[in-house]
Design a binder for this molecule. Sequence first.
Ligand code: NDP
Ligand code: PYC
Length: 345
Amino acid sequence: MSSNSADTVSREIITYPELVALLQQVFRAHGASPSVAAVLAANCAAAQRDGAESHGVFRVAGYLSTIASGWVNPAAEPQVEDVAAGYVAVDAGNGFAQPALAAARPLLIAKARHAGIAVLAIRNSHHFAALWPDVEPFAEEGLIALSVVNSMTCVVPHGGKRPVFGTNPIAFAAPCAGRGPLVFDMATSALAHGDVQIAAREGHMLPEGAGVDAQGAATTDPRAVLDGGALLPFGGHKGSALSMMVELLAAGLTGGNFSFEFDWSRHPGAQTPWTGQLLIVIDPAKSEGGQFAERARVLVERMSDAGVSRLAGERRYQNRKRSLEQGIPLAPERLAALRGWAVRA
Ligand code: NDP
Ligand code: PYC
């Protein structure tokens, strides 16, 4: 690790493997089992590496306060269920969703390759992270993956007066010939809740149409959204319909909680939504002509010809390249906090 003196804002540089190792120590020191700590550390470090600020090390304090509150089991052993030819389920045991996905992944891939498509339904799980790390690796293995997860009630459905939905992201990844996977990952709310928290901390206003205050009046003040207000879906009725779909697939289908169904009030410090997650994995080798990645390339080239200079996921890929070459810059006080948490008795 070294200091980056070229930066006007003071930053320390930590390499990606160093950050993974440090986060692993942090999660271990706060009760996570070795396997859960490894999965959470890799996920969180990857988000920071890719410049996904709202779900990188910013989230660690929330993970730790949640674990301390007793709301989540950081040593849960996921139970994988082989339900049908194309259907795998996991009871995450009130643990995190990513270890449940890791446990079910080999069976899910085997089923998708055999049948052409397979579903993974995770329930009784907590997802506090970006969703792209859950789908991108499938596309790196030549598969198409779509995932949805619901969160905590903080989004007013289009036409409604009270929050019902979570921020409910949708992530998609597909292989593309001649380049890395095509990936998008987006909240179905106007903004991710994490970005509202960051705006409040840094004193930025939100874009018009992002949220309402406690009285239901439109506001661009992040503190008003956080203090009894709520977010709105992106794109009016269209984002609202997608958010409803996420609730149905991630919770209704899996057996997890809807975003409005859990009560964490007896667990002060709890921040992780106790819901469900769905993944759908498709093997494009079964597609007509078996040329999916080449067809994806045709589409991307046409988009480029039409003037598109930035595809979804490319900002992250560029950040990733820079982070792997130059290290990850972090505020010294943030690194000091991580180091302190890592040695907690
Ligand atoms: P953004 O609006 O920042 O980005 C959404 C997608 O659009 C990304 O794939 C992004 O690519 C792409 N994109 C952004 N700007 C452009 C552009 N100008 N041209 C082309 N593509 C673009 O994400 P959100 O704020 O909606 O979500 C942030 C994160 O929060 C996500 O990772 C999501 O999973 C997470 N989240 C997690 C929840 C949970 O319950 N676990 C709940 C809600 C959100 P790129 O990544 O390259 O910028
Ligand atoms: O940013 O909306 C969000 C979020 C909810 C749960 C994890 N991240």
